[in-house]
Design a protein around this ligand. Structure first.
Ligand code: ATP
Length: 316
């Protein structure tokens, strides 16, 4: 394995009573697309902000390209681009003026800057909007501009905090195509997302829960970490079915998927056998069931809800 570009070692951040990040250790190789997953408040943004030298760690350490992210934050800053959750653009500047501003802030040499701007305008499909005010762009275009600004100095590493939140599927795809190209050319991508189809596209995924890294694996291996299949129940009427199935003994949780109840249980085959013998829900009609291979939605549900009985140890 090549030298990791990012190394976290027991990284911690506390805010008064809150352990936002609770001893995270992890190494990320160059060219990876690392997906950082976790429920709201799990500590993802705090981790990224520490890595970007914006927040001082309370304990442990983190290094980017061998340098400490806090003590050497000014040197480290030249190595990465950061697309924050909230737009960091200047709404009263045009598209090109924003790019020039960030180019100046990152000290891109003048001779190089205009060529960089033209290249990024082309790649981000923003050439026609070059003189539009950033504040007047659509959400998708703003995000493409934020990405362009973060890439102006050709960083080896890119942090993106929910880059596709609220975007339509076409813009989401466009951003992911760009991330693929970047990774293909050797840029390391560290991205948080709540979209599990995006998590599937990462080369590896870390799952954060209450500030702790519960798992770090490829999406395929995370899906394989289920010890049992997922039970897909076709029961009607479906909404009361969800409530009653959830309360049934042996059921850990149920979610609605394509009009069916997706049932998580430590021993789902035993449950089905029991229900075939005696269906305990007189108001519900059982039309059938299938066994499903877990997908990343299931993985997210199981990790975030703490269904440890059905997960094999997936050590970070
Ligand atoms: P989301 O998916 O909603 O963006 P997240 O995983 O990025 O969530 P963080 O924003 O890192 O989570 O927050 C982790 C925890 O730290 C939360 O409990 C949050 O309230 C707390 N926290 C974050 N920043 C601060 C702060 N500046 N002061 C106090 N508490 C904070």
């Amino acid at each position: 394995m090549p030298e990791p570009i990012i190394v976290l070692d027991g990284l911690q951040k506390s805010y008064r009573d809150t352990r936002a990040v609770d001893g995270v250790s992890l190494a990320i190789a160059p060219g990876e697309i690392f997906g950082f997953l976790g429920a709201n408040g799990a500590g993802k943004t705090t981790t990224i902000r520490m890595l970007c030298g914006l927040v001082k760690p309370s304990g442990g350490s983190a290094r980017i390209a061998g340098r400490d992210v806090w003590r050497e934050r000014y040197e480290v800053r030249t190595k990465f681009g950061y697309v924050a959750q909230k737009f960091s653009l200047y709404p009263d500047l045009t598209v090109v003026e924003n790019l020039r501003f960030f180019g100046g802030a990152y000290r891109v040499p003048r001779a190089r800057l205009e060529a960089r701007i033209e290249k990024l305008l082309g790649e981000m499909d923003l050439a026609a909007k070059r003189d539009a005010l950033a504040g007047a762009l659509s959400g998708g275009m703003k995000q493409l501009l934020a990405l362009a600004c973060a890439l102006i100095h050709e960083p080896v590493l890119l942090f993106l905090d929910e880059p596709t939140s609220g975007l339509d599927p076409v813009h989401r795809q466009q951003i992911w195509d760009l991330l693929y190209h970047l990774a293909h050319d050797g840029t390391t991508v560290f991205v948080t997302t709540h979209y599990m189809d995006e998590a599937e596209r990462c080369t590896s995924v870390g799952f954060l829960h209450s500030g702790r890294l519960l798992a770090r694996e490829t999406p395929r291996r995370l899906k394989q970490s289920f010890k049992v299949p997922v039970l897909d129940m076709h029961v009607e009427p479906v909404m009361p079915a969800l409530v009653q199935l959830r309360a049934a003994p042996g059921v850990l949780g149920v979610s609605l998927r394509s009009g069916h109840g997706r049932v998580y249980a430590a021993d789902p085959r035993k449950l089905v056998a029991e229900w075939q013998e005696r269906w305990p829900f007189p108001g519900l009609t059982w039309h059938g069931h299938t066994w499903a291979e877990p997908d990343m939605e299931d993985v997210f549900k199981a990790y975030s809800q703490g269904y440890h009985e059905i997960l094999a140890e997936a050590a970070p």
